[in-house]
Design a protein around this ligand. Structure first.
Ligand SMILES: [Zn+2]
Length: 278
């Protein structure tokens, strides 16, 4: 009996131990795997975090976007430019090349300039937003699409500059005030005496597409004096000033656009190089 009791007790003990060992061994093995996995995860996570932390500088992108934001404000301008450019080219290249000279011949200029003191040129200013074109931009530069002048538009775009004042770029003699055909519209030409020492004693400025004209042929004008207002050449264009400068005076009014720039000056560089002494 004792042997049987010991045997049965032994069997129960073995069964109990085997159950416990199974219960214990499984979680233990799992926990080790989990720990290993966790280690692996933590190592891989740290490895992944590292590149992420390198990616973090992409936060700079918004900064670039911030920089780009003010540029967007300038973007609407080209749309206005296109409207000006296309319309002006169509009209001026059709049939505007007529010989329409200045109304006062060069031989008479000394007579006018000697009649009154204080009208010889003492420097040049911009013809809009005087003296520095504040509030205006060029929708077309000299040379753009063979353009022989500059197109000045108000910063607010469209026809917002319609009726704005146009000023004489320098002291001078008004030699032409006419409503010219074929895309020009109301146009004023002014002769400026820039000195006997210079290679060319006279240069000329031309203001076109004007809405109104406030001066007469033969009138002496001062730099910054209002001579007219910005117009549309009677609805042909979005309002702007077509402004030319020439060192060959008394040429025909011209085509407005040409690959032959002889006799024409690039206005803005010329004005910047000949600002009045303060
Ligand atoms: Zn123009």
């Amino acid at each position: 009996m004792r042997q049987l009791i010991f045997f049965l007790f032994g069997v129960l003990l073995l069964v109990a131990c085997s159950e416990n060992s199974e219960q214990m061994s499984v979680p233990q093995s799992l926990s080790v795997k989990e720990k290993n996995n966790q280690k692996e995860n933590t190592t891989t996570q740290t490895k992944e975090i590292a590149p992420k932390s390198k990616v973090v500088p992409t936060i700079k992108k918004p900064q670039k976007e911030k920089k780009a934001a003010p540029k967007q404000k300038k973007k609407p301008k080209p749309k206005i430019q296109q409207a000006d450019i296309e319309e002006e080219i169509v009209d001026l290249t059709e049939e505007a090349i007529h010989y329409i000279p200045n109304e006062i011949p060069e031989s008479e200029y000394p007579y006018y300039f000697s009649a009154k003191e204080g009208y010889l040129s003492d420097g040049f200013d911009f013809p809009v937003g005087k003296p520095d074109a504040v509030g205006y931009y060029k929708s077309q530069n000299f040379g753009d699409r063979l353009h022989l002048g500059e197109d000045w538009n108000g910063n607010r775009g469209g026809n917002t500059d319609f009726g704005d004042p146009v000023y004489a770029s320098a002291n001078g003699l008004v030699t032409f005030v006419q409503d010219v055909c074929c895309g020009w519209g109301n146009t004023i030409r002014i002769i400026h005496y820039v000195g006997e020492d210079s290679e060319q004693p006279y240069v000329e400025s031309l203001y076109s597409h004007l809405h109104t004209m406030h001066v007469d042929v033969g009138q002496l004008v001062k730099r910054g004096q209002q001579i007219g207002t910005i117009g549309t050449a009677e609805g042909r264009y979005v309002a702007h000033l077509h402004f030319e400068m020439r060192d060959f005076i008394n040429m025909s009014i011209g085509p407005g656009y040409s690959d032959d720039q002889q006799g024409y000056l690039d206005p803005t560089p010329y004005i910047k190089q000949h600002r009045p002494l303060q």
